[in-house]
Design a protein around this ligand. Structure first.
Ligand code: NAP
Length: 525
């Protein structure tokens, strides 16, 4: 029997193999075993101590500009090995090239943005937050808030769907802040994260301990966290709930950011018609969001709202486009949509879809189409299914169950206020998109939806060829959402640095605050 390679963890600045046979990772299309991961026997306490003491100390000794230079160097290492990463993504994530790009090039792009923004922060090692504020009548004694990098590590527990971008969108602001990173990728697709970290560490572009990867079980990771560490989880609401109850957060006040699941919405203007450009833009985006990465995007459109008069026309137009989506082996150039990441996810999608079907009917059902170049008994390929209900007000499950695959539900609304109310039934989401040629409606929708969404993406005909996409997370804009979306905040340009810094008020004389100002730089967005 041939055994597949065991990927090493990268901790304390070097490769360290776990013990035992490890957990196999598979090709979700062919069903073949690719590699294995294990972290059995790793000494987490000393790995974390090395990151904090060696990695953190070395990073904090550098200025923002120097750390921006490290990000540039990481980007160069990754750029040089892009082909390897695409090959791993095809094999282990089952994605077509276009979908692998969202993850791989999206990650490299985000690093590049933070390198540019960091360069502008110059030679300082701490940030000024706002202006000085007088504490009394005499202006000689004032308060100045400052931000200094936390003296701990950043632990990222990531989801399986973005093994590259999910690492770098967090690591770029963390490293720029001077905080060492330990990433635990989602196990089914851990290979790409592991390889990228190994490449960067072996290239020697970072101080030892600045970047580590631990693959496999999450057991004990939180136990090893200390008060100045920070923790980011990207994952399901169930895992988020377990993490929130852990002693590290409850008793040691480890700062915690959670990006969880979300029932994102798309909303078509109440005055749109079936021949309007807003309608066409809406239809294209719903189809794109259902099919990019086989719908395995936390930001994907799960609920699509149209004025009741356009329900049938929208169902037809979306269905017609979905019928042209070929699904199967991503190595075949005729294939537009690859696989889910595992057979377990395939089963999860099937179960979730069955739950939605209790309250909805299929409006387009791709399940009767044949797979291209893939065996349906083996491949984790899910066909797109558009569901619909004429009674979204009476529905419960449709506003509550996130199916992490190519499934979306079309819902009619009767008036503007009802549309906003239905969207809010998602209990807080990452993104809502609005399709309208009317700036006044768009502005009203933005104000109505902003409090329950981390991002409102408004598409009008004048930005049809310019917009960045409902589901694409741009580093310039906030990513995260309130309520069931996890309550987290990431990205948003330099706002992201806040999570990795501690805010403190310095109350002192003008002369002391002048000296402080000379060695810091104002944080402006
Ligand atoms: P998951 O099962 O919650 O797993 C997420 C991560 O948490 C994995 O690394 C997992 O490790 C780890 N984990 C599981 N149980 C844990 C525990 N008790 N303590 C500590 N860590 C634990 O989620 P998933 O299935 O990988 O990802 C899909 C979900 O993520 C979807 O609901 C999606 O909406 C959400 N998501 C959200 C965003 C966002 O930015 N908001 C982005 C992507 C995905 P193992 O893999 O080893 O189990």
């Amino acid at each position: 029997m041939t055994t597949t390679p065991l990927l090493p963890n990268i901790v304390a600045g070097k490769a360290q193999a776990g013990q035992g046979p490890g957990t196999p990772l598979f090709d979700p299309v062919l069903g073949t075993e690719l590699v294995r991961v294990s972290r059995e026997g790793l000494d987490l306490a000393s790995a974390f101590a090395f990151a904090r003491e060696q990695g953190g100390t070395a990073l904090r000794a550098l200025s923002y500009r120097e750390r921006a230079g490290l990000l540039t160097a990481i980007g160069q290492v990754l750029q040089a090995k892009r082909d390897d990463y695409y090959a791993i993504a095809t094999a282990n994530s089952g994605t077509v090239t276009r979908d692998s790009a969202v993850d791989i090039d999206g990650g490299i792009f985000t690093i590049g943005q933070y390198a540019k923004w960091g360069e502008k922060l110059g030679d300082a090692r701490a940030l000024l937050d706002g202006e000085r504020i007088r504490l009394g009548k005499d202006p000689a004694f004032q308060s100045q808030h400052i931000l200094t990098p936390t003296r701990g590590l950043a632990l990222f527990i990531n989801a399986f769907n973005f093994p590259s971008w999910g690492l770098w969108e967090k690591a770029a602001p963390a490293l720029l802040s001077g905080v060492p990173v330990v990433v635990k990728p989602g196990t089914p697709t851990a290979w790409l994260t592991q390889r990228m970290v190994q490449d960067v560490v072996e290239a020697g572009v970072l101080p030892a301990g600045a970047l580590s990867v631990i693959c496999g079980s999450s057991a004990g990771l939180l136990d090893a966290l200390q008060p100045f560490d920070v923790l980011s989880l990207t994952g399901s609401a169930g895992t988020a709930a377990q993490i929130r109850g852990h002693k590290a957060i409850a008793e040691r006040s480890v700062r915690c950011n959670i990006e969880a699941d979300s029932l994102n919405s798309a909303l078509l203007d109440p005055n749109a018609t079936a021949d309007s450009e807003a309608f066409t833009l809406f239809v294209s985006e719903v189809v794109r969001e259902m099919t990019v990465k086989s719908g395995q995007k936390c930001t994907a459109i799960r609920r699509a709202f149209v004025p009741r008069a356009l329900y049938d026309a929208a169902a037809q137009a979306i269905g017609a486009k979905l019928s042209k989506v070929s699904v199967g082996n991503p190595r075949n150039e005729a294939v537009r949509m690859g696989a889910l990441v595992s057979r377990a996810q395939f089963d999860g999608v099937r179960e979730g879809r069955a739950q939605l079907l209790a309250e909805a009917q299929p409006l387009y059902d791709g399940r009767n189409q044949a797979l291209v170049d893939a065996d349906p008994a083996v491949a984790a390929c899910a066909m797109p299914v558009l569901l619909g209900t004429s009674d979204p007000v009476g529905a419960r499950v449709l506003h509550d169950v996130e199916v992490f695959g190519p499934v979306s539900t079309l819902m009619p609304y009767d008036n503007e206020a009802q549309a906003f109310e239905l969207i809010r039934r998602g209990q807080g989401s990452l993104v809502a998109s609005v399709y309208s040629a009317d700036p006044a409606f768009t502005a009203r929708a933005a104000l109505e939806l902003a409090d329950s969404h981390g991002r409102v993406h408004a598409i009008s005909p004048d930005v049809a060829s310019l917009h960045t996409g409902h589901g694409n997370v741009m580093p310039q804009s906030l990513h995260g959402g309130p309520g069931r979306a996890g309550g987290g905040e990431e990205l948003g340009g330099l706002r992201a640095l806040g999570f990795y810094h501690r805010r403190s008020a310095v109350q002192a004389s003008t002369a002391a605050l002048d000296a402080l100002a000379a060695s810091t730089t104002p944080l402006t967005y």
